[in-house]
Design a protein around this ligand. Structure first.
Ligand code: ZN
Length: 447
């Protein structure tokens, strides 16, 4: 009798897993959007542009319902703005967004129905925006689409090596969330306190279940796990796929992750304010912009085409995000991806603008060079550069032993920042991350 009851229990749970998308209103809404996104990703540029023009018109009309844009657009014909040319709309800086928070709420929408989304912010001072349920469903659908790109199937194990307190707290509290994780085969593992022993356990588990595992984590945590496997001469796991998020994924990190953990790495780029903006397909080249939802501009470009990223969220009617300077640098690609999707790609995305050092000689040094310098020293597990003053740099290093070539590293850094900067190497136990768990290779306290 007991045996039979147990069997019925398993059958019930199996059916719940299989059909949960058909009974739960959240999943119904997300799946409906996902169906549309799965079709629109193959549309040609003309069809996609037509859809985006319609969305832009609705967004600008909605923006006029806010006190902030009503004033800005008082003497402007918003219908004249084009999808590829929004230059007439002032840039929404983070400071402006904070100052005008209540003036950015669409007065025709019931504010109580909106969801507050806060970015952790590198300085710990979050930027807060409001989102409608529609935006929330769209964010979830875009995320699911990316999981499909990464080969995720129903029944696969989704390991979420995560640490952002806001996410883990809500995901692991309450019966509903725990049951949802169970049904979705989601295993949360705290990435903030991962000892060698934890990594060993994770490695063994993943090796055993490798064919059905999709691992999602921060780029720096994935790299750290890959270093652990490499350092201990462990056999490559080759899980189904790896999804990298929250932070720049450097080519050398990608290569080590592929060689040790996964068959392929699917990078994605986004922020708390608007969700996932772009993601990588199986071709592994650029990151496709989710153009069904966003207009992306790159302005103030340097000679290589790298400039400030501006984001317009085409469905942010409740709280318009138009030409929002997100604080990252990027470069748009001119070529079409081999996968057949016509959405424009980012060729390159770099960290926040505080990752640029302004030196006494007036040079601006991109933070991207430092991880490359660190990787040439095999003892370095992780490194971080903190500019304490315009002429003072701290190099924090987590290492297995003191550097053989410390003087060489100092010389390399001096070459980049100039001889009038005092450089101090500090051996530390760990590198501090931002409140949302992002690793920053360079922090400037001079900006
Ligand atoms: Zn592609």
């Amino acid at each position: 009798m007991k045996f039979k009851l147990l069997n019925w229990g398993f059958i019930f749970i199996y059916l719940m897993k299989l059909f949960r998308g058909h009974f739960n209103s959240y999943h119904i809404a997300v799946n409906s959007k996902l169906d549309k996104l799965n079709k629109s990703q193959w549309e040609d540029t003309k069809q996609l542009t037509k859809r985006r023009v319609e969305l832009l018109r609705v967004l600008l009309a909605g923006a006029k319902q806010t006190a902030y844009y009503k004033q800005l657009f008082e003497n402007t014909d918003v219908d004249a703005f084009e999808i590829c040319d929004l230059k007439g709309v002032p840039i929404l800086e983070k400071a402006l967004l904070k100052e005008n928070f209540s003036r950015l709420v669409n007065s025709s929408i019931n504010e109580e129905e909106l969801i507050v989304c806060s970015s952790g912010g590198s300085t710990g001072k979050p930027v807060k925006v409001l989102q409608s349920k529609n935006s929330k469903y769209m964010s979830a659908a875009l995320k699911r689409r990316h999981f499909i790109w990464a080969g995720f199937d129903t029944g696969d194990i989704h390991i979420k090596l995560w640490g952002a307190p806001t996410d883990t707290k809500s995901a692991l509290s309450g019966f509903k969330n725990i049951f949802r994780n169970y049904l979705g085969n989601i295993k949360w593992i705290n990435a903030f306190s991962l000892s060698d022993n934890d990594m060993k356990k994770l490695y063994m588990y993943m090796l055993k279940n490798k064919d059905s595992i999709v691992l999602e984590s921060y780029s720096n945590i994935l790299f750290s796990f890959a270093q652990y496997i490499h350092r201990n001469n462990l056999a490559p796991i080759k899980v189904k796929s790896v999804i990298s998020s929250a932070g720049t994924l450097y080519q050398y990190q990608r290569e080590l992750i592929i060689n040790t953990i996964g068959s392929n790495v699917y990078n994605r780029y986004g922020c708390r304010e608007v969700g996932d903006i772009a993601q990588q397909c199986s071709e592994g080249k650029g990151l496709h912009i989710n153009e069904e939802r966003f207009i992306i501009e790159v302005i103030n470009k340097n000679d290589e085409g790298v400039g400030d990223i501006l984001v317009t969220d085409l469905i942010s009617h409740a709280f318009p995000i138009i030409r929002y300077r997100i604080g990252d640098l990027g470069k748009l690609s001119n070529s079409v991806c081999k996968c057949g999707r016509k959405m424009t790609c980012f060729e390159f995305i770099s960290g926040r603008d505080t990752d640029v050092l302004i030196c006494p000689n007036g040079n601006r040094v991109s933070g991207n060079i430092f991880p490359h310098l660190f990787k040439d020293h095999e003892e370095i597990i992780e490194g971080q550069v903190v500019q304490q003053a315009i002429d003072m740099l701290d190099i924090n290093i987590v290492t297995t032993k003191n550097l053989k070539l410390e003087s060489e590293l100092l010389l390399q850094i001096e070459k980049a920042v100039g001889s009038d900067v005092s450089i101090r190497i500090q051996y530390v136990k760990s590198i501090e991350t931002t409140p949302t768990g992002k690793y920053k290779p360079v922090i400037s306290n001079v900006m």
